[in-house]
Design a protein around this ligand. Structure first.
Ligand code: AGP
Length: 607
């Protein structure tokens, strides 16, 4: 996610802005820029790290009492100097930075071009600064022009904007993307997150959705979108800087587990036709989707498990055969493909060596490649024919959580879009599913309420050294990912197994006291799962049942975690959350290095 820092006050502005941006580096970025307001407006922006920006700034005689800085996480327009923020209006006197996604930027850009505005970048952001410029022609103040512009914007945005025409004044807007205000004496601050403000003030106002702030040296004023002045209560932050980077969570992994409702909501943006209750997939042309006869998915680790989940959805809902193969296996195999096959590569980082090699094998075989990735501008995005960039935002913890959720959500969108185009499901059934899909963020929030139950369970099992997770159908995919989480951060050996396969061998490992998790979210498989429960209980196992809509009907688990009622097909998006939390709290009990587990790297760029 992008980082924003703004300052108006008596200090030398440059160090305040640069130090603030460095405190936000953990959010991930690919470019950085800054605008200072003094006698003149000075703007410097560069692709790459903040150090490159500092090199560019070295030796410049820049002064000013006000400034705005930005670190960009690219979503529209490749990482480049030109696409970096801040962006200027036509007059060159108005500067703006943005964090979020403007869904209707193309139609706004068309209107602005017709009104004579000229654009310098490929970004959605630049539309906003020209829109404010346009509104300023008929509004008496910067604040009112920004309010008018915000009313025309669809999507998520945190904005900071200032103009030479209105010296000593920064206007900021929050809709979905976070913004916090720092209150000082004769100075005031704004930022995307608290760490950037803590060196100067602990008195914070956290802007709520659809609020606008106007900052001067003397005052911070907050308004609703219709211009009503509000009196938000400041809070005093007692976090230290490290804790603040994690939003108050002890580890990035826990923060990212809790971000899942929001990133699912963000990833759904632009993928649901709210009028016709249909799925949209603008990233992949319909003429491609309508011709597909087979899909071949390849990835590594968690992303591979996402592919396993996607296979079940695509085959059962769209009737298209899907193969899923580990990238490090696929890249060395000779194998035939049917004509009209689509290759799908999944990668959070977009830089995993084996996945990239597999992508290049697909290209050598002349197959079109659709990428699902979290990192815009990565090698995978550059080398694929079509790209769906999930909105998980930078994932700092090595253990993938929110990236996984948005990967499987993207595969579910692909399955449902294919079903719509191929007519493989009754339209009214798809509309019903699409309506329920919009409740997903709320359902994920409900699942997170299990956290204290999970923590207690982890405490009871803290001396555990091996564990089984069993599932059938969609639950099997979830069991694979749940097992990987437990292995990679708590170092507990965990076997994920297709529940029906147990009696073909692994049942020999089930003895008295063995700890087993049995996923039971698929109603049509419940009777079979009940028999699996009996077979492990008969050997003395202690069983946690992760129950779906029908609850634990007939399932006498020793511990039962109930998921909220919804369609069975959504269970992978819900059932993974308690398993992520279980892995986290087991690792905590064992004193493991949760965000940086031994031997592992966040992006495996070597074979
Ligand atoms: C999962 O928790 C791990 N971080 C790892 O398995 C990861 O999913 C795998 O290395 C693939 O990475 P990618 O998604 O960046 O390609």
């Amino acid at each position: 996610m992008c980082g924003i820092v703004g300052y108006v006050g008596f200090r030398p502005v440059l160090p305040v802005i640069l130090d603030g941006l460095k405190k936000l580096e953990y959010r991930g970025y690919d470019s950085a820029g800054i605008v200072l307001f003094g006698q003149d407006l000075s703007i410097v922006k560069k692709q790459g790290k903040i150090a490159r920006l500092e090199q560019e700034l070295a030796g410049m005689q820049l002064e000013g009492q006000m400034g705005i800085g930005h670190t960009r996480w690219a979503t529209h327009g490749v990482p480049s100097d030109e696409n970096a923020h801040p962006h200027l209006d036509c007059s060159g006197r108005l500067a703006l930075v943005h964090n979020g996604i403007i869904e209707n930027y193309l139609e706004l850009k068309t209107d602005l071009l017709e009104s004579g505005h000229h654009f310098r970048s490929e970004t959605d952001t630049e539309v906003i600064v020209h829109l404010v410029e346009e509104k300023l022609k008929t509004r008496p103040s910067l604040l009112e022009a920004v309010l008018a512009a915000a009313a025309d914007l669809h999507g998520s945005f945190a904005l900071a904007i200032a103009s030479q025409q209105y010296p000593g004044r920064i206007v900021a807007v929050r809709r979905e993307s976070p913004l916090v205000l720092g209150l000082g004496q004769g100075e005031n601050f704004l930022a995307s997150d608290i760490p950037a403000l803590l060196p100067y003030t602990k008195d914070i106002v956290i802007l709520s959705n659809n609020q606008v702030a106007e900052l001067t040296r003397e005052a911070v004023r907050v308004f609703s979108m219709d211009g009503q002045e509000l009196q938000p209560e400041p809070v005093r932050i007692d976090w230290d800087a490290r804790l603040a980077e994690k939003g108050g969570f002890e580890h990035f992994m826990l923060k990212e587990i809790h971000e899942q409702p929001q990133v699912i909501k963000d990833t759904l943006v632009g993928h649901i036709d709210l009028v016709n209750q249909q799925i949209l997939l603008p990233e992949l042309p319909d003429e491609i989707l309508s011709k597909i006869r087979q899909i071949s998915i390849t990835a590594c680790g968690t992303a591979f498990h996402a592919g396993i989940c996607g296979k079940t959805w695509i085959e059962e809902w769209a009737g298209v055969p899907v193969e899923v193969e580990i990238a490090s296996e696929f890249r060395y195999r000779q194998r035939p493909f049917l004509p009209d096959s689509l290759a799908v590569v999944i990668s959070q980082s977009g830089e995993t060596a084996d996945t990239l090699a597999a992508l290049r094998r697909f290209k050598e075989m002349g197959m079109p490649v659709f990428a699902i990735t979290n990192t815009f501008g990565s090698s995978v995005t550059r080398e694929s024919d079509w790209v769906l960039t999930t909105k998980a935002g930078p994932e700092i913890a090595v253990a993938s959580t929110k990236a996984y959720s948005t990967q499987i959500l993207s595969l579910l969108l692909l399955a449902l879009r294919l079903a719509q185009i191929k007519g493989s499901q009754p339209p009214e059934r798809l509309q019903e599913i699409t309506r329920e899909l919009q409740r997903l963020p709320l359902l994920c929030d409900q699942v997170l309420q299990l956290e204290s139950r999970v923590q207690e369970y982890a405490y009871r099992l803290r001396t555990l050294d091996d564990y089984f997770i069993l599932g059938r159908g969609l639950d099997y995919a979830t069991s694979l990912e749940g097992a990987l989480k437990l292995k990679e951060i708590s170092y507990v050996h965990c076997e994920a197994y297709a529940a029906g396969e147990l009696k073909h061998g692994p049942l020999a490992l089930i003895t008295a006291g063995k700890q087993v998790c049995l996923l039971a979210t698929q109603n049509e498989l419940l009777a079979k799962v009940a028999s699996n429960l009996k077979e492990v209980k008969a050997r003395g196992a202690e069983v946690l049942v992760l129950a779906g809509t029908n609850g634990s009907v007939g399932l006498e688990g020793d511990e039962i975690w109930q998921l909220p009622a919804t369609f069975d097909l959504f269970s992978p998006l819900l059932a993974i959350i308690p398993l992520q939390l279980f892995a986290y709290y087991m690792a905590k009990e064992k004193g493991c290095d949760i965000d940086q587990p031994r031997n592992l790297a966040k992006s495996v760029t070597v074979e």
